[in-house]
Ligand binder design. Structure first.
Ligand code: GDP
Ligand code: MG
Length: 370
């Protein structure tokens, strides 16, 4: 059943909690301020205290924010979004760095490439590939927990001198649970004790069957250190992306996900947003979690200002009123009033959830306004 704490009910009516408790007492119910009451009781109290009650369902407030269907003819191909996963020290960071550096136009080499949590490179087969630059399972899990599906492809890094390890297995199960295809990058093949064949057979145990063993999982032997076969890895990603037939409508209002966010001393809240559908533009009003703002600037992974960011494009977004959280979904809304309505609703929901957790009750929420 829907519930609310007495404190939250009082807050929403701008009444004192003690007055609510007194009223309940007169009706023969003894309560503390932190107690949870059901929606019908809350509605009775509110009416009794002279407030008009409007129950607002989540579906009303969040209506149409995400996942409204696109017409087939509006869809355009978009770059794949790739996350690198694997056991600690198997070379995730090295591989991300090597791919990025290899792609930096010469002359710019050694120049400024700034870390914004995601970057794009050009595939030797043409087209772009977007890498999420925060390797680690925590980020992947956090995003999934918030309902964000960010990754199209997981590159599973396995060190050829170490083989399948606990976090390799964890990564496989994450990818499988999310329904995301894996490409196996057997790393450190430059090492004298590298045993890539052993990696292939070990993976069989976890139902990852690479192509050379008759399966359909793409595999590439690489060395992040010696920069071997990085092109082959990018090619494999592009091939896999073609199979997935990734598309998005670039014309519609943007939707995306916060990859990382922080409070910058000089620039205020800064969030890296991966745009997933539509195009995000300077001037758009956006919401993410319980934060909103008007996009003041968009900055790409080269540190360049841009006016628009289309599907699969990562950009730093300036203009949020506060820093959202990694994994928060981002949507463009039509007005500041709408942005406020959504974020205030989510704020209330958060408080309510915390209160319900604090009171030990396990219930859903009622949302009431007076
Ligand atoms: P992560 O924990 O998965 O991010 O792994 P790192 O990228 O930090 O790499 C762990 C260690 O392995 C570092 O000392 C790297 O220099 C080394 N390493 C990474 N890739 C290679 C490789 O291809 N060959 C060799 N020989 N060493 C590598
Ligand atoms: Mg690392």
């Amino acid at each position: 059943p829907e519930t609310i704490t007495i404190q939250e009910l009082a807050n929403r009516m701008s009444e004192r909690g003690v007055d609510v408790i007194k009223l309940l007492m007169r009706q023969g119910q003894m309560h503390k301020i932190t107690d949870v009451i059901d929606a019908d009781t809350a509605e009775l109290i509110a009416t009794e205290m002279g407030h008009t009650v409007k129950r607002v369902a989540e579906s009303d407030v969040e209506e149409g924010l995400f996942d409204t269907p696109d017409a087939e003819e509006t869809l355009q191909p978009r770059p794949p979004v790739v996350t690198i996963m694997g056991h600690v020290d198997h070379g995730k960071t090295s591989l991300l760095d090597a791919i990025r550096r290899a792609n930096v136009v010469s002359g710019e080499a050694g120049g400024i490439t700034q870390h914004i949590g995601a970057y794009q490179v050009t595939s030797p087969l043409g087209g772009l590939v977007t890498f999420i630059d925060t390797p680690g399972h925590a980020a992947f899990t956090a995003m999934r927990a918030r309902g964000a599906k960010v990754t199209d492809i997981v590159v599973l890094v396995v060190a050829a001198d170490d083989g399948v390890m606990p976090q390799t297995i964890e990564a496989i199960s994450h990818a499988k649970a999310a329904g995301v295809p894996i490409i196996v990058a057997i790393n450190k093949i430059d090492k004298p004790d590298a045993k890539p064949e052993r990696v292939r057979t070990e993976l069989l145990q976890y139902e990852v069957q690479v192509e050379s063993l008759g399966g359909d999982t793409l595999e590439v032997e690489v060395s992040a250190k010696q920069k071997l076969n990085l092109d082959k890895l990018l090619e494999a990603i592009t091939l896999q992306a073609e199979v997935l037939d990734l598309k998005a409508d670039p014309e519609r209002a943007a939707e995306g996900t916060v990859i990382e966010a922080r409070l910058d001393r000089g620039r205020g809240p800064v969030a890296t947003v991966l745009v997933q559908r539509g195009t995000l533009s300077v001037g758009n009003i956006i919401v993410a979690g319980s934060q909103w703002g008007r996009v003041r600037a968009l900055i790409d992974d080269q540190g360049q200002n841009c006016v628009h960011a289309g599907p699969s494009f990562p950009a730093e977004v300036l203009g949020f009123n506060g820093a959202p959280e990694a994994g928060d979904r981002v949507a463009v809304v039509e007005s500041e009033a709408r942005a406020r309505e959504i974020t205030e609703y989510r704020d209330r929901q958060k408080r309510e959830q915390a209160a319900v957790r604090g009171s030990g009750a396990r219930s859903s929420l009622v949302d009431m306004m007076s």
